[in-house]
Design a binder for this molecule. Structure first.
Ligand code: KG4
Ligand code: ZN
Length: 334
């Protein structure tokens, strides 16, 4: 009998629902919350309220696109951790209620584990073991994935995430939130070697981006002191130089991880993997190092329920179900 799973993701500001049948994603609906734009960042309370408004239409659309009905779903999955607690609660309660009403198993999924397994959605999947560089607005991790549900974090950021490094740099340049995609856009017409930002010296496979943020702040203040239009006149080159430094910080650690582990199947995941400079350098580095490289399609890189559904599918096969008493958690190890 085929296994059909309905998954819900509500950890931050995307309300998402997806249907997965035997490991194939039949629908992947993402309802974006635009309300946060005017506040320059995600407002947790507003995110929870928007999830409440979006969740029923989002789930309905996921079911109708997949041509499924609630009564034919075999298990209900949700993001249990990490995330904004009020936002997580909406998805968790919704999935629990469906599990109770239809008397079908409940599956709790760790959001970061799901980002890694988003690489198993496309036809062309990495073999185990593989390494995954997960880069998002909240996390920067190198994960060693030995099997579907067996993975460990071997490197992570000690302070800001890569997405925050992009967004905070953009804010210093006066760009709106989230500034990552704008830095990417302007960088495409800039000279990445025009301005030099030093690479932080961090032991092992861990990252740090807070020093870069401070360096950019002083770089802007000093240059604006001499020329008030410095940013406007150099925006493309500044963005290209910042982007190049963030990308080299990420890829130098990834190279180190690949050398240390001897693993050559290397994946990207998370919202920052949309960055065109990172994608290009990742592919070039892969060719130089003899890696097999994998990047999920864009809709599975940013927060989505397809990745929750694929993870839930492997948990279903492993019989890894949750009790109805389970609570979401803002922070939890996997
Ligand atoms: O994975 P994601 O959608 O949400 C989190 O789980 O955080 O990642 C969002 C992050 C934001 O920081 C955003 O600025 C960044 O991904 N981002 C980008 C690009 N597209 C999204 N950063 C740089 N270049 C991009 N093209
Ligand atoms: Zn995420």
């Amino acid at each position: 009998m085929p296994v059909c799973i309905l998954a819900i993701e509500s950890s931050c500001d995307e309300t998402a629902a997806a249907i997965c049948k035997d490991g194939r994603i039949l629908s992947n609906v993402i309802v974006n919350q635009t309300i946060h734009e005017k506040y320059g960042g995600v407002v947790p309370e507003l995110a929870s309220r928007a999830h409440l408004q979006n969740i029923v239409p989002g789930v309905d659309e996921a079911l109708s696109t997949a041509n499924c009905q609630l009564s034919t779903i075999d298990a209900f999955a949700f993001t249990q951790s990490p995330g904004l607690i009020g936002a997580l609660l909406v998805g968790a309660q919704f999935a629990k209620s469906l599990s109770l009403v239809f008397n079908k198993p409940l599956i709790a999924v760790h959001h970061m584990q799901a980002h890694v397994l988003s690489n198993l959605i496309p036809e062309n999947k990495p073999d185990f073991p593989f390494l995954c560089l997960t880069v998002s607005g909240g996390h920067t991790q190198i994960v060693l994935c030995e099997d579907y549900l067996k993975m460990k974090v071997i490197g992570q950021t000690l302070d800001d995430a890569a997405g925050e490094a992009f967004d905070k740099s953009a804010k210093l340049l006066g760009l709106p939130y989230p500034g990552g995609p704008l830095i990417d856009k302007y960088a495409q017409h800039g000279d990445p070697d025009k301005f030099k930002f030093s690479e932080p010296q961090i032991d092992g496979l861990n990252f740090s981006f807070s020093g870069l943020k401070t360096a950019i702040l002083y770089f802007i203040l000093e240059n604006k002191n001499q020329n008030v239009s410095f940013i406007e006149e150099n925006l493309h080159d500044i963005c290209a130089s910042i982007q190049q430094r963030i990308v080299t910080i990420l890829l130098n650690k990834l190279k180190k991880a690949a050398e240390q582990t001897g693993i050559k199947n290397i994946c990207l995941a998370g919202g920052v993997s949309a960055n065109s400079g990172l994608r290009r350098c990742f592919e070039e580095t892969g060719k130089q190092m003899g890696w097999k490289t994998f990047i999920p399609p864009f809709e599975y890189c940013t927060d989505n329920a397809g990745m929750i559904a694929i993870t839930a599918y492997y948990k279903y096969l492993a019989g890894d179900f949750a009790e109805l008493s389970i609570s979401p958690s803002a922070r939890a190890e996997w």
